[in-house]
Design a protein around this ligand. Structure first.
Ligand code: KG4
Ligand code: ZN
Length: 333
């Protein structure tokens, strides 16, 4: 069974081919990060227009890499939500129309299911069941993943996502969008303990997160500093922010491991690239005797491969594919 996967929920266009026997055959990706950087965030209208420009060339690229033609495709999986409505509509219209043309069914996929199953694309994949810490620009969740379609939400952010908190704090420190990775680089040069920032909900007793207060605390720190922020101040503030958010993410992950009794933790999403988060989690995992998996970054961030995989696993698990041609998206799914 050959599944074409289409992802267009935010600012990445991804197209991939996944074979039920041979695994991932190809995946082509275009990130719009550079285009949105100029505006300090994702501009939905520009995102939709860019998806339109990219889908067909990326499809050609994915088919070419895999040495396949349209007629080899058995079903088309695509992200139906959640995400930006206009951006989702591009992928949906493209996938439904393509499937209609080649007379094959479609499989609408929940974007977060794609993320949750993405570790299975790794060379060294975890086995079910595992705990997933999903930390990206749009989502922050702890999930128990017991199998395909068997997901239990253990906790999630009540306001900003972790990546969003990184990016907003980076902006307050004068770094360009998306500033998460830059802030984390800057933090490496900062001195710990110069500034104290809150650890929101650290002792809330549950597995939920809240990061908007932390961002406000950075804002207060910046305001107290006055007009000109020195490099030392920025580095120390970045350090304080990173220490706070990493401590919360790690402590809640440990709590989830304890609560579920599971021995595998998967960290997915762009924030999973954070060095301090990785180092701290690795230390804790050694001490507490569980294993942490970090899928390759290309599968951590948005991509078509995880959508093709999720579609394929869904079919194998017995979810029926649907007839092509109806088209609807669920931005708030
Ligand atoms: O998974 P991803 O591509 O997400 C979305 O599509 O939302 O993750 C992007 C997020 C951004 O917020 C970015 O600033 C953050 O991940 N990020 C980082 C690092 N690298 C990327 N945050 C902290 N440390 C990093 N090294
Ligand atoms: Zn995502």
């Amino acid at each position: 069974m050959l599944i074409l996967g289409v992802e267009s929920s935010c600012d990445e266009t991804g197209i991939a081919l996944y074979d039920s026997e041979a695994g991932l055959l190809s995946h082509a990706l275009h990130s719009q990060v550079a285009m949105h950087a100029e505006y300090g965030g994702v501009v939905p209208e520009l995102a939709s227009r860019d998806h339109i420009r990219r889908v067909v060339p990326l499809l050609r690229e994915a088919l070419g890499q895999a040495g396949k033609s349209l007629n080899d495709i058995d079903a088309v999986a695509y992200t139906r939500g959640p995400g930006l409505a206009g951006a989702l509509l591009v992928g949906c219209a493209f996938a439904e129309a393509l499937a209609l043309a080649i007379d094959k069914p479609t499989i609408p996929v929940h974007h977060l299911e794609g993320h949750l199953l993405s570790p299975l694309l790794s060379r060294d994949p975890p086995t079910f069941p595992f705990v997933a810490l999903l930390v990206s620009g749009g989502h922050t969740q702890l999930m128990r993943v017991s199998g395909v379609g068997q997901y239990e939400l253990l906790g999630e952010t009540l306001d900003d996502a972790a990546g969003e908190a990184f990016d907003k704090s980076a902006k307050l420190l004068g770094l360009p969008y998306p500033g998460g990775a830059l802030l984390s680089k800057l933090a490496e040069t900062g001195t710990p303990g110069v500034h104290e920032l809150p650890r929101p909900m650290l002792h809330s007793g549950d597995l939920n997160f809240s990061f908007s207060g932390l961002k406000t605390a950075v804002l207060t720190l910046v305001r107290e500093q006055g007009e000109d922020l020195t490099d030392t101040f920025k580095a120390d503030a970045a350090r304080a922010f990173q220490e706070a958010i990493v401590e919360v993410l790690v402590k809640k992950s440990l709590k989830a491991m304890k609560q579920t009794g599971l021995k595998q933790l998967v960290v997915a999403g762009g924030v999973g690239a954070n060095k301090q988060l990785r180092a701290t989690l690795n230390d804790e995992a050694k001490r507490k005797r569980f294993r942490v998996y970090y899928p390759e970054l290309e599968f951590c961030t948005d991509n078509g491969a995880m959508i093709a995989l999720a579609g394929c696993l869904r079919l194998q698990a017995g979810t029926p594919a649907k007839e092509a041609g109806d088209f609807a998206v669920q931005p708030r799914w």
